[in-house]
Design a protein around this ligand. Structure first.
Ligand SMILES: [Zn+2]
Length: 178
């Protein structure tokens, strides 16, 4: 057939962007790197507030839902316990009306300090993932390993997104020194 009229369909840039986003969200693999990036976003929020840039997210192991997100707020709250991990655990507890966080994984940019490591063991979290070790205060191998002291079954993974996290920490402390 000659001269057939084909209906012209125009799609706006916004529609294309929307479709892309939908596709991206659907196909996004929710792996350790994905969640560490979410924790990193939290760390950047702390950075902007002048807090030591540490962030975390607590994730349900079964449906991969983020149960709580938090960043360090020690300066803002004038509170030594306002570390990202403690805030996230408190939030999750309030949300589920249960202090136990079983079957969850905590993604935190920097190895938890001894205080937070203690709280993490108390909370029954099953896995912890962090980016870099903290040799001065770390409770999961950097300074001491509480999992050994308490014979805990907590699974530890480290090194995720480590270069980016290292850089953010370095930048923060260099700026402070100036
Ligand atoms: Zn801590």
């Amino acid at each position: 057939m000659i001269g057939r009229i084909v209906k012209k369909i125009t799609i706006s840039k916004e529609q294309i962007a929307y479709q892309h986003k939908r596709y991206y969200n659907k196909t996004m693999i929710k792996n350790d790197e994905y969640f560490m990036k979410e924790a990193f976003k939290e760390a950047k929020k702390a950075y902007k507030k002048g807090e030591v840039p540490i962030g975390c997210v607590l994730v349900n192991n079964e449906n991969k839902e983020i149960l709580a997100r938090a960043h360090n707020l020690r300066e803002e709250k004038h509170d030594i316990s306002a570390h990202a991990e403690i805030i996230a655990l408190k939030k999750a507890g309030q949300k589920s009306l249960n202090w136990r966080s079983e079957n969850t994984t905590l993604y935190v940019t920097v190895e938890p300090c001894v205080m937070c490591a203690g709280a993490i063991l108390q909370s029954r979290i099953s896995r912890i993932v962090f980016g870099i070790y903290e040799p001065a205060t770390g409770g999961f191998g950097g300074k001491i390993d509480l999992t050994k002291e308490f014979k805990s079954n907590l699974t530890i993974t480290s090194g995720i997104l480590k270069d980016k996290i290292q850089e953010l920490m370095k930048e923060f402390f260099e700026e402070r020194r100036q």
